[in-house]
Every structure is written in structure tokens, then in C-alpha cells.
Unconditional design. Structure first.
Length: 99
């Protein structure tokens, strides 16, 4: 973000809404000010979606770290055993229904 270019007063948004929509659709993010204070951020939907996905990933990492600190983990060996068991159960059920 270029602060000189991307921080605009609310009157800019009011007077040039279509231009702002075009610019944020191309990847720009704008900060809109009112009475000299930053009041809102305008961004394109693609950028918003990427930000939300990144925040979701960070939340998963945070929860995972919490689980590790609390000792709520399973060894890799047990995980693979569980997965193999699930696969074998699915194969067995498929044979029962197919055969």
C-alpha cells in the first residue's frame, strides 16, 4: 500500500465511487478517512477472500499450538494405524456390498 496514493478522504470515495471500485478490483486497497482519521478500508473481494483464508489458517495454527502445549497430541505411528484401519474397514464394507 502506498500511503500517499491509497489514503483518501471520504469525499474522494463519494465523488469517485466507480473509479475506486475499479482500482480495488485491480488489487489496490484504500484507506478512507473522515475528519483526518482512518475510518474504513476498501478492498476487492479477491483480496478479502485471501485475507480471510489466511486468517483461518492462522487460527488453525493457533489451535494446534494450544493442543501441543496441553499435550493433546497423537504419535505419527498411531495416526497411520488409524488411517490404515479406516481404509481396511472401507475396503471390507465395499466387498460386502459389492459381492
Amino acid at each position: 500500500m502506498n500511503l500517499k496514493r491509497d489514503v483518501k478522504p471520504i469525499t474522494y470515495l463519494k465523488n469517485r465511487t466507480a473509479e475506486v471500485v475499479e482500482q480495488v478490483s485491480e488489487g489496490r486497497t484504500m484507506v478512507i478517512t473522515q475528519n483526518g482519521e482512518a475510518k474504513m478500508v476498501v478492498m476487492g473481494i479477491d483480496e478479502y477472500d485471501r485475507m480471510q483464508a489466511a486468517l483461518a489458517l492462522l487460527k488453525i495454527i493457533q489451535l494446534s499450538e494450544s493442543d501441543v502445549r496441553k499435550g493433546r497430541t497423537v504419535s505419527q505411528e498411531k495416526v497411520f494405524q488409524r488411517v490404515e484401519s479406516i481404509i481396511e474397514d472401507a475396503k471390507r464394507k465395499r466387498k460386502e456390498t459389492d459381492g
